[in-house]
Design a protein around this ligand. Structure first.
Ligand code: NAD
Ligand code: UDP
Length: 334
């Protein structure tokens, strides 16, 4: 268990960062850094009454000078495709300059640093399931490349800082994760489908819905990330963290419609370019080195997530006289 440490979390007000803050602030001192680009202060505002957590509004593309750090979790970066494609140059800067600035801080303070990398380093994968030694199939000039190549470059920087300065690094490649604290307007598939189903508006299916993803509930993922951070210094990764059970999107939509008892119908829209057709992690390495595997099945995780979105939509509608939360969607006919 991570205890009595001074910890920096970047991207702290986002979906995953806020869960890290919640878990780690119980027994550690946290500096929670975010520029609120896609994150929301309400995700961590209840935690801020705790004197062990300090919020710093800061853009990681700029240098950050702090002392006395034991651990750094580098999570700052928009993760939803419409959000990271909204300003792709800024997305690349966040991954690349953000990595350099946080690695410099690790070098100065001697902190161990963990990078939130992604299954997107595999692009539209040609092997299935994806293992860590697969080098990927990324279109370097496509609309997703700001994110994919930014994250690939960040991994490269982590390894170069280790080779040059012996920095204590860890890299996790996170696969699609969902759960409470996702932004209902985020534009990712789970938040879009649940929000649409709860509002009885059409479910926006991009393409024919045969593409697959493997969805991991956030508590399982956070558990894996903490195990990685605590693992011995000779295991640096990259290691896949995700749920290896694969679903196609039509199945996902059907389960969500059923769990919400929704009247929503599926409408089909154009598939965005470079959208990966299949994705499923091989988690043998995480099982072997971290003794980790996900425990929460999709239905159970979705039930918890639906409860969260019901609460968010209720607050939204009472705040805005029943204004509907509009989902971000994209693609030419969206
Ligand atoms: P998110 O968008 O909810 O959180 C990202 C946070 O980073 C936000 O709070 C945002 O305001 C902050 N941020 C963005 N740019 C910043 C900048 N320049 N300076 C400071 N803060 C900045 O996304 P998330 O799902 O919580 O993802 C967190 C991290 O995990 C990201 O690095 C993402 O690439 C990685 N990841 C997430 C998933 C997933 O399924 N959730 C999958 C793979 C990788
Ligand atoms: N998607 C969809 N409808 C939506 C949002 C997303 O059909 O309203 C699809 C998207 O095209 C992709 C999958 O769902 O095939 C997962 O998308 P998401 O943005 O959640 O994450 P990705 O894995 O693509 O980064």
């Amino acid at each position: 268990m991570i205890k009595d440490k001074n910890i920096l979390i970047t991207g702290a007000a986002g979906f995953l960062g806020s869960h890290l803050c919640k878990t780690l602030s119980k027994q550690n001192n946290i500096v929670a850094v975010d520029n609120l680009y896609t994150g929301r202060l309400e995700n961590i505002k209840d935690l801020l009454v705790n004197k062990k957590i300090t919020f710093v509004k800061h853009d990681v593309t700029e240098k950050l000078d702090l002392e006395n750090l034991d651990l750094i979790f580098n999570f700052a970066c928009p993760a939803s495709p419409p959000r990271y494609q909204a300003d792709p140059i800024y997305t690349t800067k966040t991954s690349v300059f953000g990595a350099i600035n946080m690695l410099d801080l690790a070098k100065k303070t001697g902190a161990r640093i963990l990078q939130a990398s992604t299954s997107e380093v595999y692009g539209d994968p040609q092997i299935h399931p994806q293992t860590e030694n697969y080098r990927g199939s990324v279109n370097p000039i496509g609309i997703r490349s700001c994110y994919d190549e930014g994250k690939r470059c960040a991994e490269s920087l982590f390894f170069d800082y280790r080779r040059m300065y012996n920095i204590d690094i860890k890299i996790v490649r996170i696969f699609n994760t969902y759960g409470p604290n996702m932004d209902p307007n985020d534009g990712r598939v789970v938040s879009n489908f649940i929000t649409q189903a709860l509002q009885n508006t059409p479910i926006t299916m991009y393409g024919n819905g045969n593409q697959t993803r493997s969805f991991c509930y956030v508590d399982d993922l956070i558990h894996g990330i903490l195990k990685m951070m605590e693992s011995s210094s000779d295991f640096i990764g990259p290691v896949n963290l995700g749920n290896p059970i694969e679903f196609d999107l039509l199945d996902l939509a059907k389960i969500i419609i059923e769990l919400t008892n929704s009247k929503s119908k599926i409408i089909y829209q154009n598939l965005p370019s470079d959208d990966p057709s299949r994705r499923k992690p091989d988690i043998s390495l995480a099982k072997e080195k971290l003794n980790w595997e996900p425990k929460i099945d999709l239905k159970t995780g979705l039930e918890k997530t639906i409860k969260y979105f019901e609460k968010v939509l209720k607050n939204e509608s009472s705040n805005c006289s029943r204004r509907k939360v509009s989902c971000i969607s994209f693609g030419p006919s969206a």
